[in-house]
Design a protein around this ligand. Sequence first.
Ligand SMILES: NC(=O)c1ccc[n+]([C@@H]2O[C@H](COP(=O)([O-])OP(=O)(O)OC[C@H]3O[C@@H](n4cnc5c(N)ncnc54)[C@H](OP(=O)(O)O)[C@@H]3O)[C@@H](O)[C@H]2O)c1
Length: 260
Amino acid sequence: MSALRIAPRAVVTGASSGIGRATALALARAGLEVLAVARREPELERLAAEAPERIRPLVADVTSADDRVRIREALRGEPLGALVHGAGVFPRGPLSGVSADDWRAAMATNVDARLHLVQELAPSLRGGRVLFVGSDAATTPRAGGAVYSISKAASLMLWRCLAVELGDEITFAMAKPGLVATDMLEGSLAAPRDAFPAGEVYEAMCARGETVAPETVARFFRWLLLETDAAELGADGWDIRDQHHHARWLEGPLYTPRGR
Ligand SMILES: NC(=O)c1ccc[n+]([C@@H]2O[C@H](COP(=O)([O-])OP(=O)(O)OC[C@H]3O[C@@H](n4cnc5c(N)ncnc54)[C@H](OP(=O)(O)O)[C@@H]3O)[C@@H](O)[C@H]2O)c1
């Protein structure tokens, strides 16, 4: 534990599945106490059972101001080493027909909650690190995926603005995980092609075996949060597919074909 660069405590949102779940486990196995946040209680309980001494489940909706207060209170004023913004939603369908509810849910989860959770936790985060899970969608528009893209673009700028304003006290990082084999990807593959033409792009990537396992993403995030120095971590955005850093954390191949 003495080798850690940050306080040995993390909050991981979106911890009930996919990238957030794998990241919560990886950080717990590295010795951190992890507050695992999501809305689905059974999934969080199953996660906590895998590392009961280190993972504390907290059923909370990151879009709720009251629930964000509960997240802060659950930390009991202890210093927080890392906040991982894993919670995310991906409404699919043409922008011309997007409902106000889908638009609001995407912005509330993928943008507003990230800002307000940082506001809530900033005093505990001094000297700590905040990781934004980024996406190619932030800079690449795709038919049927516009709402997600717009929210991810706003989140990208939120990351950069927070770094400008609070970067002296907290390190803000953004990392893109590639195409990851999670429920979110399954939702994209299952969506009707007329509403979500972009599904073809993801299907083709899957056919080429270009999917990353959540556990591989978690290893990357663990390395970023625990082993890089703050100046390097916050200097620019990270992409898991950039081979320059692979020798420092990746064991084996980057891609795990979906279903294996
Ligand atoms: N999969 C990919 O290829 C990919 C690529 C780039 C970026 N990402 C990003 O990675 C992150 C994780 O996604 P994933 O692929 O791991 O998908 P996932 O398995 O669907 O995970 C999404 C997580 O977000 C949680 N969540 C959603 N709304 C929430 C809310 N209001 N409050 C609390 N938790 C909430 C969900 O938990 P509950 O439903 O239990 O609340 C779930 O744990 C997202 O930000 C996504 O945009 C994914």
